[in-house]
Design a protein. Structure first.
Lengths: 257, 317
């Protein structure tokens, strides 16, 4: 069964809403309507999606399902072929790789593109402290481990106080332990700063642990859009977790025995 | 599955429905498995909530091939027009620059009376022989210095030292050593083309991604096969930059080389014209140099396409 997420749809009011408050509290932050994008073949085939302020949305999908393309369109890195896209003016992205500038020290990377020298340094220091890297502000990016570099990338994204934070598989290149730590860190930071978040991932656990809402993309269309109403903090052993896990995997075409 | 709640619940949404969604609201309540809202929502220029903007895509659509050609030709044609206009109106004296029709006429005379194409062939053959020798040696030395530490230690300091000697300064020495035949000319061009090729190859080979090399080591690709299959291909962007310089410098060195007691060639034509103050011939020869430059660039572009099918575009664009 496919469920739409259109908040203006009157039918939605009939649905149970035990955890709806957390997402619907803010105003509309992202509105995507009928977005289409084709490269060699259609990648996004009429996408509609609303995200509200403070809402954490995980976008799941198999490889090549168009997740990253949608994120890049929201970031303004790619133009949609057709359809309408509305986003807040301050948006930041954490990419799959850190993408730091190797010739700039860590703190300069955090405030890269910002004007104002001295206040910038203080802001960078504060942001680095939030990701636990306060001692690394003068290091060169090449001397950081993968997890550290990705935390710098996260600090760089958060220091701008974005209204929309776009996370493009930010944990994909990290080891399992670092991944779990990063997951917690992002959960904490997002709870504190409350940006609207779109997390692109293909890790079902990650989506359930972090997100208020999970959207599954299949063949360029949204095939599932579900609120996750489990209490926080969540962990894999929680009751209800397994059910979501099974549901999402089935939607992604993986059936466990 | 039914105990899982539906997302995006309207009753908990305090925000008023956006003006642009009036059409969507006027519809009757759709069943729970409606098509996505996208299919009914009108495309509107009014922001659905205050403060929202459209993402401005940094990537603009590229323009067509026709426009590319026009843009490339724009500046040369403008200069050409200026030249023509200046010479026709007399603002540029004929002693300074002759008019384009005059140049065409002179070109015709040169072809019929002075065997221009033969001269061109003499020059080109010199310059290509020199570039072939210098470029090959530069490629070899650059690869050796880039690949092995011992190669770098043996070669690099010497090359850096020799490269700062202006090749024009060795012309007299070459005449003393080698006489006035073709040999000193070819060697002079070889010397001039050696260094740009060396520097770019060395740089390209050194900057090949070490992680790829490491991975190849794991899979047993080593030695000459590694060089041929991985290192040289990955260093090709630099090497082809070297080739661009190489071809350019070879023409430059040609002019110097043809000072050496020539009886044919473009340089010979130029020196004759210079001593007789024949501006028209000088302009024809200059135009030929410009066309040679254009052709050599074209050759490298084609080589780039053929040799590097994996290398798509420039990252910064």
């Amino acid at each position: 069964m496919t469920v739409t997420s259109d908040p203006t749809s009157p039918s939605a009011s009939a649905a149970p809403s035990s955890s709806a408050a957390s997402a619907a509290e803010g105003q509309l932050t992202v509105r995507v309507r009928d977005v289409r994008k084709a490269f060699a073949r259609p990648v996004l085939d009429g996408i509609g999606l609303d995200i509200h302020a403070g809402e954490f949305v995980a976008l799941l999908g198999a490889s090549g399902s168009g997740k990253t393309t949608l994120l890049r369109i929201l970031a303004g890195l790619e133009a949609a072929d057709s359809g309408s896209v509305w986003v807040p003016p301050t948006r930041t992205v954490v990419f799959q790789e850190p993408r730091l500038v190797p010739s700039q020290r860590v703190w300069r990377n955090v405030v890269v593109g910002r004007r104002g020298g001295r206040s910038g340094r203080a802001a960078a220091r504060a942001a680095l402290a939030e990701v636990g890297l306060e001692d690394w502000e003068n290091a060169w990016p090449a001397t950081l481990s993968g997890g550290q570099a990705q935390r710098v990338a996260l600090a760089r994204a958060l220091v701008r106080e974005p209204q929309l934070l776009l996370l493009d598989e930010p944990f994909a290149a990290l080891d399992a332990l670092t991944r779990i730590r990063m997951r917690q860190l992002i959960g904490d930071l997002c709870a504190r700063h409350r940006p609207a978040v779109l997390l692109v991932t293909h890790d079902v656990d990650e989506a359930i642990v972090l997100a208020d809402r999970v959207v599954v993309l299949t063949d360029g269309q949204i095939s599932l859009d579900r609120r996750i109403d489990l209490p926080r903090p969540r962990s894999v052993g929680d009751p209800g977790f397994a059910e979501f896990h099974r549901l999402l995997l089935a939607e992604l075409g993986v059936h466990e025995h | 599955m039914t105990d899982l709640p539906v997302a995006g619940v309207a009753e908990a949404t305090p925000a008023p429905p956006p003006v642009s969604e009036a059409a969507a609201n006027s519809q009757t309540a759709p069943p729970s498995d409606t098509p996505p809202p996208s299919e009914t929502a009108p495309v509107s220029d009014v922001a659905p909530a205050p403060g929202l903007v459209r993402p401005r895509s940094a990537r603009k659509r590229g323009h067509g091939r026709g426009l590319t050609l026009v843009l490339r030709a724009l500046l040369p044609l403008a200069l050409f027009g200026l030249w023509w206009w200046g010479t026709e109106t007399g603002r540029i004296s004929a002693n300074v620059l002759v008019s384009p029709p005059e140049v065409v006429r002179t070109f015709g005379d040169l072809v019929s009376e002075d065997h221009l194409f033969h001269q061109l062939w003499v020059s080109l053959s010199l310059s290509l022989r020199g570039a072939l020798i210098g470029g090959s040696l530069g490629l070899l030395f650059g690869a050796v210095a880039g690949l092995w530490r011992i190669g770098e230690e043996l070669l690099d300091a010497t090359m850096q030292m020799l490269r700062t000697i202006p090749f024009l300064a060795v012309v007299p020495l070459f005449i003393v050593w080698l006489g006035i035949g073709d040999t000193p000319k070819v060697l002079l061009i070889s010397l001039a083309t050696l260094f740009p090729m060396y520097l770019n190859t060395y740089n390209g080979v050194r900057n090949v991604d070490r992680r790829v090399i490491e991975a190849m080591d794991v899979f047993g690709l080593r030695g000459a096969r590694l060089v041929a299959k991985v290192i040289i291909p990955l260093a090709l962007p630099s090497i082809l930059t070297g080739l661009r310089f190489c071809l350019g410098v070879s023409v430059l060195a040609l002019i110097a080389a043809e000072q050496i007691n020539s009886s044919a060639g473009l340089g010979y034509l130029m020196y004759q014209a210079q001593s007789l103050q024949q501006v028209d011939i000088l302009v024809v020869v200059l135009a030929i140099y410009a066309i040679l430059g254009l052709l050599s660039d074209l050759v490298v572009r084609v080589l780039e396409k053929v040799l590097m099918p994996w290398h798509r575009g420039v990252a910064a664009r």
